[in-house]
Every structure is written in structure tokens, then in C-alpha cells.
Design a binder for this molecule. Sequence first.
Ligand SMILES: [Zn+2]
Ligand SMILES: [Zn+2]
Length: 155
Amino acid sequence: MGNGRYLRCSNCNNGSILALGVGMAFPEEYKDTVKDIKDGVYGEEYKKMMLSRKDIAVDLENNLYLCEKCGEWEVNYCFDFYVPKNNGESVIKEKSCVYPHELKEGYERIFKAVHTCNNCKSEMRKVEPNESVFLKCPICNSNMNRSDSIDVNWD
Ligand SMILES: [Zn+2]
Ligand SMILES: [Zn+2]
């Protein structure tokens, strides 16, 4: 399900695992995160979206985001919002969990989340799973090599 990437900094030896995609405990995670969104943990904008319709769904795939201006990066949920395509007909009822791949089929996107860099406030872009990019080490700022990745199952 989810795929992990292991990164190691050749300069300071700091290592970290990027957990991307969806984990094994996704249904639980979805439920908890939707609750947090409704409680405003992720801000007013997402809260309003989540409460706007009963059948609304959120994309909680873990993606890698990169700021091309300053090199900051983070792993975060996508946070795009979707509604079922057959609007009006109650084909899809309120669901307790919607996987990202389901969103690509029966849903349409009504809100695209903007991921902003914590450091320089520029808009970050999503790094595609097969793309090879240099990520800087959070400890020493050297480049970490993403190519020595391993597949790990995570939850
Ligand atoms: Zn380092
Ligand atoms: Zn930045």
C-alpha cells in the first residue's frame, strides 16, 4: 500500500523515512483526520470545506512537497476536497473512509489545497512518486540522496 523512501545524508549521516501514499491503517487514520479537520486542527478553510456537505471527501494521500525557492520540503496530506460525481442522486452516501484511488473514479475535485513553505511562504509543488529530486538534509543542509530508497510497509 504505502511506500516508504529511506533517505540518508552522506554528510552528517542523518537518516529519515518518507512515508508516502496511504498506510495500512488508512481507514482509522481517515476517520481521525476528518474529525480533526472538523475540529479545526488544520485551519478554518479546511474545516469549512469538510462541514459544507455530508458527502464531501478529502484526499489524505501522503505526498512529498518541495519548495523550489528555498529547498524546504515536507510530507503532508494532499487535502484536496472532492464530491461524488452523481450530484443529487444519493448514489454515494456519507462514507467513513474514502481512498485516494476512489476519488479519481467516482468523484470530482471542488477544492485544490495550496501547500505553502513554512520557511519562505512560497507555494510548494508536489513531487511525483517516480521523480528524482535532491532534498536537503534538515540537520546540515547538504543534499540527501533519494536514490538509495527502499520499499517499506508502514502504518
Ligand atoms: Zn546532514
Ligand atoms: Zn521556501
